[in-house]
Write a protein of this length. Structure first.
Length: 221
């Protein structure tokens, strides 16, 4: 099972965003957090910036929509060229229909869960999505500490994916660092959003490589 590192640009220098992304050639995808100051208490970037990033970057774009009304807005991100678009199950009115619409527009469909949301909320979606994203912090701000209390949920979702026989990525987002990624990989995660750990590193791309190696070591345990 390959380990994928998808650095978040949430804490990057937005004045030099293209340069920041160019420093990450080893990334499996660039993770873009879209927040609307309604679903979460923070306001970040939206569709115009994603379109600009798409025009300047050939790396896979992994969009995480922390917004109200994803049924209305998510398809536009697929149309903008994002290869993966994840919406929150807590916010979607019709998640099955939305996942199918994302597929119809050429994107992978992901469904995200907040730490307090039970796994049962997405169990019925395994036949419709390509990725399940588990928040390992409370969504809204970067730089938070990893919540180990989510690890049992990671194990639950990994078991559900295995039972389904489907190729579904299991992503964790929040507090991912060299100190935590091994535990998440050992629990069953295979895709990791790392923000502060990468952006604050002296060599961000070398940190991407080191995180992948640490995840591989954790998964092998």
């Amino acid at each position: 099972m390959p380990m994928r590192i998808t650095p978040s640009i949430l804490n990057a220098d937005f004045a030099h965003l293209g340069d920041e992304i160019a420093r990450l050639p080893s990334a499996d995808a660039i993770h873009i957090d879209v927040m609307d100051n309604h679903f979460v208490p923070n306001l970040t970037i939206g569709l115009p910036v994603v379109k600009a990033v798409r025009a300047a970057c050939e790396t896979m774009l992994d969009i995480h929509l922390m917004i109200d009304q994803p049924d209305r807005w998510a398809p536009d991100y697929a149309e903008a060229g994002a290869e993966s678009v994840a919406f929150h199950v807590e916010a979607a009115a019709a998640p099955v229909r939305l996942a199918r619409e994302l597929h119809a527009r050429g994107a992978r469909a992901g469904v995200a869960l907040n730490p307090a949301t039970p796994v049962e909320a997405v169990a019925h979606l395994l036949g419709e999505v390509d990725m399940i994203l588990l928040m390992t912090v409370e969504p809204g701000f970067g730089g938070q500490g990893f919540l180990d209390l989510v690890l049992p949920k990671v194990r639950q979702v990994r078991a559900l994916i295995a039972a389904s026989g489907r190729d579904i990525w299991l992503q964790v987002d929040g507090g991912v660092s060299l100190a935590t990624i091994g535990r998440a990989a050992a629990a069953g995660a295979d895709t990791f959003v790392a923000g502060s750990a990468v952006v604050s590193a002296d060599d961000p791309d070398q940190m991407v490589v080191a995180l992948r190696q640490a995840a591989e070591a954790g998964a092998a345990k």
